[in-house]
Design a protein around this ligand. Structure first.
Ligand SMILES: C[S@@+](CC[C@H](N)C(=O)[O-])C[C@H]1O[C@@H](n2cnc3c(N)ncnc32)[C@H](O)[C@@H]1O
Length: 223
């Protein structure tokens, strides 16, 4: 199936699947996504009172992990799906969750010490615009954590197969899960992404692969 990645379509898709999103993530990944997100967050140089933005925060996984790691950090989550955000807000009340499109935010330039984006970029029609915006709102020397699927291997193939099957059994939404598999198929590899990030004014600080590279984290520094 093809879902065109207009902001309206993507918003609708995540509004549709929001109620079952966490359950499905746990099921499809056998709970592994939580461990990977936690280990990726550990790569960040978070200090007490760091100002941190979780972009495309969804139901708040990364924001919650950061807040648990450093309770004094000032954490904001932004997402344009109201249904995903409402789950995040019910889950954590120490994070400031706001509704907005990450390609054009109202944050002043150089507002954040760290920005994170997990499993978000491949859903954004104008990824370059999103990256420029992340770069603008980061302080010089600040860190950008990007986390998403990486290498195609046995684990990613298992995901590709089971995601739509499990979605058809446990939810009413098979098509959105087929889209999510497709979006990952056409997403650039971590090596290509790093080059794209560099073109936007970042330099690579750390890269860490998980599940034999099926998921990859890149920590980029704003130069
Ligand atoms: C696959 S979910 C990832 C959620 C969360 N980061 C996680 O790791 O579980 C992608 C999220 O990106 C959000 N999103 C996609 N495009 C966006 C945009 N342009 N601005 C803000 N949020 C966006 C969607 O609404 C959705 O909640």
């Amino acid at each position: 199936m093809t879902i065109s990645k207009t902001p309206e379509n993507i918003q609708n898709l995540f509004n549709q699947i929001a109620a079952g999103y966490d359950f499905m993530n746990n099921l499809i990944s056998f709970g592994l996504h939580r461990a990977v997100k936690s280990r990726a967050a550990e790569l960040l140089d978070i200090k007490p009172h760091s100002r941190i933005l979780d972009a495309c925060c969804g139901t708040g996984d990364i924001a919650e992990l950061i807040k648990t790691k450093e309770p004094f950090a000032e954490v904001t989550g932004i997402d344009f799906s109201e249904s995903m955000l409402s789950i995040a807000k019910k889950r954590i009340n120490t994070v400031n969750f706001i509704s907005g499109d990450i390609t054009a935010t109202e944050f002043p330039s150089e507002s954040f010490d760290i920005v994170t984006m997990a499993f978000g970029l491949r859903n954004i029609q104008n990824a370059e615009k999103a990256l420029c915006e992340l770069h603008r709102i980061l302080k010089p020397g600040g860190e950008f954590l990007h986390l998403d699927f990486g290498k195609k291997n046995i684990f990613s193939r298992i995901f590709d197969f089971e995601a739509p099957v499990l979605a058809s059994i446990f939810t009413k939404y098979t098509e959105p899960y087929k889209y999510l598999v497709k979006s990952k198929e056409i997403f650039p590899s971590p090596d290509e992404l790093i080059k794209d990030f560099e073109k936007c004014g970042f330099k690579l600080k750390t890269r860490k692969d998980f599940v034999l590279g099926a998921i990859s984290a890149q920590i980029m520094e704003k130069i």
